[in-house]
Design a protein around this ligand. Sequence first.
Ligand code: URA
Length: 492
Amino acid sequence: MAEPAARRVALLADEADLAGFRRHARECLAGGVEPSQVEWRVASRAEPDLFGHGAGGECSPTAQESSTPIKAPAFFVALAERAALHTDTNRFGLLYRLLWRLVHDNALRHDPLDADRQQVELMARAVRRDMHKMTAFVRFRPLAGAEGQPLQHVAWFEPEHHIVEATAPFFARRFAQMHWAILTPERCVRWDGQALAFGPGANRSDAPPADAAEQLWLTYYASIFNPARLKLAMMQKEMPRRYWKNLPEAALIQPLAAGAAQRERTMVEQPASEPARRRPASSRALAVSARPIVVRAPGSLAELRTLTERCRECPIGAHATQAVHGEGDEQARLMLVGEQAGDREDLLGRPFVGPAGQLLDRALERLGWPRDRLYLTNAVKHFKFQLRGKRRIHKTPAQQEAAACLHWLESEIAIVKPGAAIALGATAARALLGRDVPVMRERGQWSTRADGLRVLVTLHPSALLRTEAGEQEAAFEHWVADLALAAVDAQG
Ligand code: URA
């Protein structure tokens, strides 16, 4: 009776040990070891006695075996690189079997329907998809470091396959200037601006919790959500549910989807808007940079002031005297948002101190709302004007200028955390609600944003200043009645 062939144990260093697989496969092929005789094991999941190299010994090549060139077809090499990272525990055995058969049967190279080949292709596809999802769904959060140390960004992610090493170079290229770490249950990777370092897995609780920047990202996500384009099945295909638990924006999907039909009807009923002109590069960059990974939201109004002062994200700032910051109670329950600083505000550096501000003061007095219990600010922080002789004539900010300024307003909202806001005029309403608002139709109405902020829409005080002399008092009374709808919030 023929001796049964000795079994070989091919021991791999870890789940993603592709180099180990290549080496063992080459050695076993060269030694004529049939696929059924090789037992593929991974050190990290092997029982202790297996470190003694198993009953038949490891594949350990003779000098002749290791120098024998094995010609694997190029398609196999590419497939194996990905399929080897699949979580299926039989993947190495399958890969070696396919390689053995390809080497011994040339015709197989031209049979794309071969069952082993198809299975390997499915595995490779699943791994590629998981890698793609990792590049799309990792969400970094800033981690306060020690004094003088660079800010760290840390993300928690749960991949389906063993893809951390294979995907890490993408993040190193994409976020080369940042110091970051991605923690996963199986492997962690760190980038210090120079090199990638890998380590064992971590717990979700090792990653930092949400911060103000995340609120900014959620607001941005909610504002770009287009109800008319909602295709839930497609969305879930692109963003499978298994990733949702680590995606902050996933919590918004259900409420946004629930309100989509109503929002779509509102959109359809609105008059057509002027097509927007092409946005300059600076505001395009802003739209992308609104993600928390690149924007660290200011943590205080003082920090916000310093940053706003330097802002040149649109051309207005270069011509204005100074940025006009919001002012008032930093814990106000009610925020009033105007359009932009006027001539006087620009000179004094305070909001609502010119003619429109005086009218607002009159209304506040009538309502019995102390101005210093509210927070007053503008959608646009600099004064936009046109020179006519020596006079600076107010110019309405363009949509892209207001869009470039939006993140300052959202930062103020994230810091002050008002329960409600009053949008004074169309520019403020658009900034707060992320859509064109027909002010005359929606005045006196509340809308609730995805982040829970309630927004009351009414006219800008300058609109009252422009009404016919005989109608001004009635217009003022109507306006005060609109504002009074926020009385509960003003007292809060
Ligand atoms: N108009 C505004 O919208 N804001 C001001 O601060 C002044 C006038």
